[in-house]
Design a protein around this ligand. Structure first.
Ligand code: ZN
Length: 466
């Protein structure tokens, strides 16, 4: 039996902040005891980690990543190996990535492909959602089997016609099945049919720069799709989780639905909280670094998103980590913004950026842990194994220095991508040491983990529905 003692820190979870020592035994949290108590004094351990003046946090749960995603004729530049290592560096110990069904193929085939990509390569634990690109009789029949296997959420797209797009009838049918099996439908809510018309018109006018990506993907078309997804889910009697909410108008649709008591949930991402259309407008094609969908919005939307996170109209902050290098990948869209691969790197930055939001006064310390660890774990059936520090939970623990300052940069990050979306930004707070199921994977800012330590985690159904 291996025992590790984390001594002297402030344990912060979604519900509590307490000065406590944490005992880890064989990969799990064994006990917490008040600092200096007789109980803590009696603990012996193989290893003692000093957390004096540090926070002791549950490892981050990033419920939205795309390692190695094929997109626009290329692949996201982080593999499961490099991407999960970067996640560990950033204090995230669980990712939920997206297995992709190809059009004309089964869900099973897509899922098996993604199991093979991840198996033996991950530094931290991982789970999968299933992207349904082709909703039909056969794939609808497969959904309950996946739920039994621990793949309990299904992502549909109202955007990207001809690629991932589902029409309203397909969406309704998938929602009906999900509603009956406890599965959760995740929605990319943008009216892709209308957007494609605006893309074509913009290109015909010679509007080819990255900033036009943001202009054609109208906030109203995000709001419209969000509204439609909500109504379809009501008709089907299924819950709904809207991914990467970026527009104030879309958030208003979610808030209205939640005011009616509907099981409707929303996620946003750090890029929508910290970046804006100003970045998309950067000259010399630099704006391409910020092309993602839904797009970055004018700065004014940020205040609404922060408010939504405080009022719980938004429940989760994930990254939608989907990195493409500037050189050779983003550049595919020079002269045509519609050919820029959509996606931003961020899996390593999320915990730090949200701590900066604590420092800036946008959210409280406990809310930071709630939106980054506990709620994503509950939303996707991983709690309390993941997302908290409590006896019996996996010992996924971050020792965090809240006073350190760091400058985010591609020079120092560990993601396999040649730029940082936050280049030069100074943030307060830094991950110091990380445990994944009791194993130290980051030790005082040194990587001590290994590919293959991370294992697949089958998930229960959404824990907000029972
Ligand atoms: Zn995504």
């Amino acid at each position: 039996m291996t025992r590790t003692l984390i001594r002297g820190g402030l344990v912060v979870t979604a519900s509590d902040e307490l000065h406590a020592d944490v005992l880890v035994e064989d990969g799990r949290i064994a006990a917490l005891a008040a600092r200096g108590s007789d109980t803590a004094a009696g603990w012996t351990a193989d290893r003692v980690l000093d957390a004096t003046d540090r926070y002791v946090l549950p490892g981050g749960v990033d419920a939205h990543t795309h390692m190695e995603l094929p997109f626009g004729g290329t692949f996201a530049s982080d593999t499961f190996e490099t991407g999960t290592r970067a996640a560990a560096w950033g204090g995230t110990t669980t990712i939920v990535d997206f297995a992709v069904q190809s059009v004309g193929r089964s869900l099973r085939e897509g899922l098996d492909t993604w199991y093979a990509k991840a198996d033996g390569n991950c530094a931290v634990d991982y789970a999968f959602h299933m992207i349904m690109s082709d909703v039909n009789e056969a794939t609808l029949r497969e959904m309950p089997k996946l739920v039994e296997e621990g793949i309990t959420s299904f992502k549909l797209f109202m955007a990207y016609p001809g690629v991932f797009y589902s029409d309203d009838g397909q969406i309704l049918r998938a929602m009906q099945v999900a509603g009956g099996t406890g599965g959760l439908i995740m929605m990319h809510a943008e009216n892709g049919i209308a957007i494609d018309v605006l893309v074509e018109q913009a290109l015909a006018r010679g509007e080819t720069d990255p900033r036009f990506h943001g202009e054609v993907r109208k906030a109203l078309l995000e709001a419209e799709a969000t509204h439609r997804a909500i109504q379809l889910s009501r008709v089907a009697g299924s819950p709904l989780y809207v991914v990467h909410v970026s527009a104030e108008e879309a958030l208003a649709e979610l808030a209205a639905a939640r005011d009616l008591g509907l099981p409707v949930f929303g996620e946003t991402c750090p890029q929508y909280l910290f970046l804006s259309t100003d970045n998309l407008a950067e000259p010399d094609f630099e704006g391409s670094k910020y092309v993602c969908s839904t797009p970055l919005r004018p700065k004014e939307h940020q205040a609404a998103l922060w408010r939504g996170l405080r009022t719980n109209d938004l429940q989760v902050v994930s990254t939608d980590h989907c990195p493409f290098c500037f050189t050779g990948q983003k550049e595919l869209g020079r002269g045509d913004f519609s050919k820029i691969p959509n996606g931003l790197p961020g899996v390593e930055n999320r915990m730090d950026l949200l701590h900066q939001a604590v420092v800036d006064g946008h959210i409280s310390r406990r809310r930071w842990i709630e939106i980054a660890c506990a709620t994503p774990a509950r939303m996707f059936g991983l709690y309390p194994q993941k997302g908290t520090i409590a006896p019996g939970a996996d010992a996924d623990v971050v020792i965090y220095d809240p006073h350190a300052t760091q400058v985010l940069s591609a020079e120092t990050h560990h993601m396999n991508v040649d730029y940082s979306a936050y280049e030069g930004k100074t943030v307060t707070g830094q991950v110091e040491t990380v445990l994944s199921r009791g194993e130290v994977v980051i030790d005082g800012r040194k990587y001590t983990g290994r590919a293959g330590h991370g294992t697949f985690v089958p998930r229960a159904t959404c824990q907000y529905l029972s």
